[in-house]
Design a protein around this ligand. Sequence first.
Ligand code: ADP
Ligand code: MG
Length: 759
Amino acid sequence: VMASMAHLQGEKLRLQEELLGLQEKLAAWQNDELSCSLQLQGQVETLKAKVLEQAQEISQLHSELGGMDTEKHRDLLAAENERLRQEVKACEGELQQQQAPCWDCAHLQENARLQERVSQLQREAEETRARLAELDLEVQQKTNRLAEVELRLKDSLAERAEEEERLSRRLRDSQETIASLKSQPQQIKYIIKTVEVDSAKTKQALCESQSRNQYLQEQVGMQRQVLKEMEQQLQSSQKTVAQLRAQVMMYEAELELAHGQMLEEMQAMEEEKNCAIEEAFSRAQEEMKAVHENLAGVRTNLLTLQPALRTLTQDYNSLKRQVRDFPLLLQETLRSARAEIGQAIEEVHSTNQELLRKYRQELQLRKKCHNELVRLKGNIRVFGRVRPITKEDGKGLEATNVVTFDANDDAVLHLMHKGKQVSFELDKVFPPQASQEEVFQEVQALVTSCIDGYNVCIFSYGQTGAGKTYTMEGTAANPGINQRALQLLFSEVRSKAADWDYSISVSAAEIYNEALRDLLGKEPQEKLEIKLCPDGSGQLYVPGLTELRVQSVEDINKVFEFGHVNRATECTNLNEHSSRSHALLIITIHGLDRSTGLRTTGKLNLVDLAGSERVGRSGAEGSRLREAQHINKSLSALGDVIYALRSRQAHVPFRNSKLTYLLQDSLSGDSKTLMMVQVSPAEKNSSETLCSLKFAERVRSVELGPVSRKTELASWPSQEHLEVTRGCHSPPGRGHVSPSPGQLSGRTASIRRKLQTSG
Ligand code: ADP
Ligand code: MG
């Protein structure tokens, strides 16, 4: 812009000089009309060219100025903005990388520099505007000068006209003079004639006048030629002036138009420039604001990050220290932990010992309490069960019900015998409608106590047909105590399986006519003996009695089936046979508490006694009498044993019958006994019912010694138990596996051991 302005200035000065030259030339032209006219033409030509040049120059300058002012400024500003933006980004990057605290100072400097540049550019724009105004003024001045030149031209034309007028007047005068001179020769001829006459002197004067006249005539001719030429020149000059004037007018109009356009364009450009500058400025300000905001955010981030970094560094250092110290600490901790664990193990061990001791104490205490309870309740518990009237009881008076119950006391029962009501009080009385389930509920406490190591005997006593077998064995659809007891034992064993190992084994025997027979052996007819253990412990055992280990209800069913088959094959009438023999189911349970090593052995004797009816008195003979005698003997022996126990006699006659002898360990002082007295409600059985109930009452009053649990802390005799095999189903002698005498003696020896420890 400066350069172009300087150039313009130079041009202007040059033009001014040229104009001055022109003026001088015009002045010279005024002096010399011919040269002036020619020079004027040349000058007008050059002036025209110059004006054209100037106009081009102005337009060029104008375009240059416009380009400079707006687009270049805008481009410059845009480039500047872009650069600044990149610089801000770079600064942010640097800030994040280095987090240098002096960053914002540099940015502020950059900012100030940018603002300075903006103001500088504004100043430049102002200057450009001023220069433009100056140029306008110059153009105006030039136009004025042009007008002046025109005026002067007019003046010179007027002067020239005057000159022409003057010249034409002189010409006229000259012509008049010539005419007067023409008229003069007549006079002169006259004078000459007179003078010739007069003097020679006059003749000489005449000669002179004639030469002078000749000269004047030549002069006039010359003057006339010049005048003609001047007139021609004047005409051509006038033409040229007119042409020049028209051209000047045209140029003026064009100049004015161009000037107006230029002004408009300049104004529009000025506005555009202002708009662009404002826009750029506001954009720059916005960007600056955004940059400032960013800067503030970054600064706050930096402020918040710095303490976090500090704490992180501290944490890192402390962690490093901890990691360094960790192996030592770990070793130390491990040493102390080992010591602590060792101590804790010792403590636990001693606590365990203490607990074991306490547990044993507790067991003793519990046993004492239980014994006390049993003593208070009666050592032998006696239940009565009345069966319903059946078809076999017949009809009429004989089949009438003679047994009634007390609505308020379930232990009392009334019997109408020979017109008199006799009342009996037992531990519990089950009426005819009592279900097998209800009966078993009263019995199950005794059954489960076997698991804890107690010996239990459950007898069913009563005349034939009173329901003994029904109560003990039951029917397939409605099983009795035997099957329910085993089921209960299995479920109890399962529930305790987490702590205890149990094994359950079963033996089945029959005592008929004082002969003991193994119902599970391969030779059921073989009579077994009850023997004393040869070790002198006083314990009894039955050599050859099969003991089968059972693990499920299916095993039990197989055992019962097998027992029944054995029993049935030995007699022609099972019902009669069974009513005259005692059937025994002996269940032995061995337990081992895995945590304490405590061992228990319990025995459950389930006895279906022979019919208690007094056969002998009704005049029976032969084998029937013998059977009756044996039955009476064993039942009375049972009574005697119970009596001796009750009266605490030194001698208890266990040996008086096979039954009492076999059940000696289950009837002795530390056992629990339940007598289920079965009675018929029919009138025809009232005498036997009376006898049975009297026996029951007698038994109930007997006291047993303190009940004890058989426990020991010895190894488990697992090899001594036999599994139920396929051979169990088959008849005797066909693949049935029965234990060898040696195995049995081992088993009985273990039983003996237990009896000793329980002592
Ligand atoms: P026992 O074994 O004393 O000779 P049973 O058990 O064989 O007597 O019983 C004789 C009959 O009476 C059988 O038909 C039996 O089903 C039936 N019986 C016994 N007790 C009951 C009872 N509580 N409920 C129903 N029927 C019974
Ligand atoms: Mg029976």
